[in-house]
Each structure stands twice: as structure tokens, then as C-alpha cells.
Write a protein that binds this ligand. Sequence first.
Ligand code: DC
Length: 230
Amino acid sequence: MPPIIVAIDGHSSCGKSTMAKQLARRVGYIYVDTGAMYRAVTLYALDHHLFRADGSLCADALRQAMDGLCVDFVLDPSTSLPLTTLNGEVVEERIRGMEVSAHVSPVAALPFVREAMTRQQQRMGRKKGIVMDGRDIGTVVFPNAELKVFVTASAEVRARRRYDELTAKGQQVDYDDILRNVKERDYIDSHREVAPLRQAPDALLLDNSHLSREEQNDWLFARFCEAANR
Ligand code: DC
């Protein structure tokens, strides 16, 4: 079976990464979480004080820094899962916190940030055999992907999942803050000018509000087998 590209797009916190990761492991493909790349750029901007006191971003300063900014992945030897690195430092934990979540959308909306990340993502998929999740994978990064899936769930279900995930890690978070953040990101992600979140016409739609993890994994694996054998 020749390797294929699997593009998984959808709303924030709808379990895309979990199902994408699981599929990649099951079929021996590389897994790339492109949201982590935008999160790492955002962490850089926060660490370098590129957000003004009013919350707006100094885009010019970030543009100048982009050439010297390297976002990549290394494999965790104990789990074989990718860990995000920023200029060589593992930042996996830090990019998942609320501060990065609250600042990432305006960073991900910048054309020069998207160009740099898209180029790198396309390089990663040159040999196929990859499962990539994000917002614009089936529409912009790999418009010819053999399998495209668009995942969604209600905002309340997604906020609850994120709340459970963060509290399980011991973080003190408020459900209403998370719900607000989920809705805000949906709006910004779908209304930005460059590469807005939208379902590709040839993507399969999956609403997983009422599916168990196992049910969605099995659904995705079945779609993968169909696409890989086509
Ligand atoms: O999937 P996530 O929540 O980790 O994504 C973080 C942010 O990055 C989110 O606001 C959308 C943005 N993003 C994007 O614009 N394009 C992608 N391919 C992936 C994520």
C-alpha cells in the first residue's frame, strides 16, 4: 500500500489531536500537530514581550524575529510521541497553558507566520505517510491529501473536555473562561483573512459530540483503510 497523507482539520479542542495521534501510531505514520507550531511561535512572542500592555501584538518585531525562530519536534523516547521544541528547547508543557491559548489566534492569523509554518509542514509531508492535524491542512497545506476529515463538536462539549484535561494536569482553571476562549478562537479562526478554518469540499465531516474515543478512532481507521486502498 503506498503511503498517503491524512489531513484532519476542525474546531479547537474537539479531540482532533487524540484521534490523529492514535491513527498515526496504529498505521506507523508520522504525526504532526500543527497547532503546536503556532502555539510555539506564540510562546516566543510572550517570552520576548512582543505583546503590548493592551494585549495587541508587535507584529513587526515578530516578523523580524521569524528567521531566527525554529519550531520543530523531537520524539519522546518513553512514549514515542512528538514533543514540540522552540529553538531546541522542549516547550510541550508550556504551550498548552491558558496564557498561550489566549494569545495564539492573532499570531496564527499573521500571513508571514502562516507562510513559514505552511512551508515547513509541506516539507514534513513530502514523503507522505503522515497524519497532520490543524485548521487548514486539507484546504491550504495539502489540498491533494488522499484523506481529509473535518471534525467538530459543540462548544460546550469541547470546553468540558479541555477543562477536564487541564484540571487532570493539576491546573486551576475556570470552565466559563475556557468556554469563552473556545468560542472566541472559533470566531477568529473562521473569520481571519488568511487560511480561515473551513471544511474542504471533499472532506468527510465528523461530529464527535456523542462518540466515545474508541468509536471515533474506529471510524477514522475505517476511513483510512478505504482511502489507502483506493
Ligand atoms: O489546535 P490548537 O488549539 O492547538 O491550535 C492553536 C491555534 O493555532 C488555534 O487558535 C488555531 C491555530 N491553528 C491554525 O491557525 N492553523 C493550523 N493549521 C493549526 C492551528
